[in-house]
Ligand binder design. Structure first.
Ligand code: 6PG
Length: 240
């Protein structure tokens, strides 16, 4: 087994990884019974299993849907009905969940890349009630993240300028570092770290490569996320 990031938990398979994340969300909601709960969704394919689980019979009635707000850590700058859209992916995966229409906060993609990124930053500011992050008052209760085979997370790709954005909450990404090669919009490191819990969901043998690069000391973008990070890995990804 490869040396793993600290705060890693190895679980048997992708289903138990999804259930572990679902259980943590239920606990986070129970710990905040009297206020909105903000979740930052990851895109890609790994989290589909979790979203469908939350909408399904095992978890649906355990969640306070009316006060759960769902944001996105990144998206492809395509229409929301495009096959590459994370908003479309989430809507399909959460099918049947009683999410109030105003509680799903998709990243706007109808304007220019820069204007849409700025607009999402303004939306996050409005939800948070300020435009500066207070270390003692996290923006999100839960941030969900994935690991790209190149070590990216959200749309923070190796070698791209968004990695260095330390002030803006949201950044345009004109050139993606991995398919789909469409412009992206991403939350930045400071905002992703403003959370009560940050969960990386990493499953499948293909993720062993970026984990091995980490073990060899490469500080790839995914490993630069600060905050209360926990890695939920299945045995295939961990090489266990
Ligand atoms: C995206 C995601 C991205 C994803 C990783 C892993 O928009 O693609 O936010 O950061 O989490 O690329 O993707 P998979 O889960 O599909 O392997």
């Amino acid at each position: 087994m490869i040396p793993l990031p600290k705060n890693s938990e190895i679980l048997p398979d992708a289903d138990t990884v999804a259930r572990a994340a679902a259980d943590r969300l239920v606990a986070l909601c129970a710990a905040a019974p009297d206020r909105p709960v903000a979740v930052c969704l990851s895109g890609g394919s790994t989290p589909k299993r979790l979203y469908a689980l939350l909408a399904g019979p095992d978890y649906r009635d355990a969640l306070p849907w009316a006060r759960l707000h769902w944001f996105f850590g990144d998206d492809r700058h395509v229409p929301w009905d495009d096959a590459a859209s994370n908003v479309r992916m989430a809507r399909e995966a959460f099918a049947g969940a009683p999410i109030p229409v105003d509680n799903l906060h998709g990243i706007p993609t109808e304007g220019t890349l820069e204007a849409d990124a700025a607009a999402y930053g303004t939306e996050l500011n409005a939800f948070y009630g300020a435009d500066r992050l207070d270390p003692g008052r996290p923006l999100f209760d839960l941030v969900l993240l994935g690991l790209g085979e190149d070590g990216h997370t959200a749309s923070l790709f190796p070698g791209k300028p968004a990695l260095d954005e330390a002030t803006a909450w949201v950044a345009p990404v004109p050139e993606a570092g991995l398919a789909p090669f469409v412009p992206r919009i991403t939350l930045t490191f400071p905002v992703l770290a403003s959370a009560r819990s940050v969960l990386f969901l990493v499953t499948g043998e293909a993720k062993r490569a970026p984990l091995e690069r980490l073990a060899e000391g490469e500080t790839l973008p995914a490993f630069r996320v600060a905050g209360p990070v926990i890695w939920l890995l299945d045995r295939a990804a961990a090489g266990a």
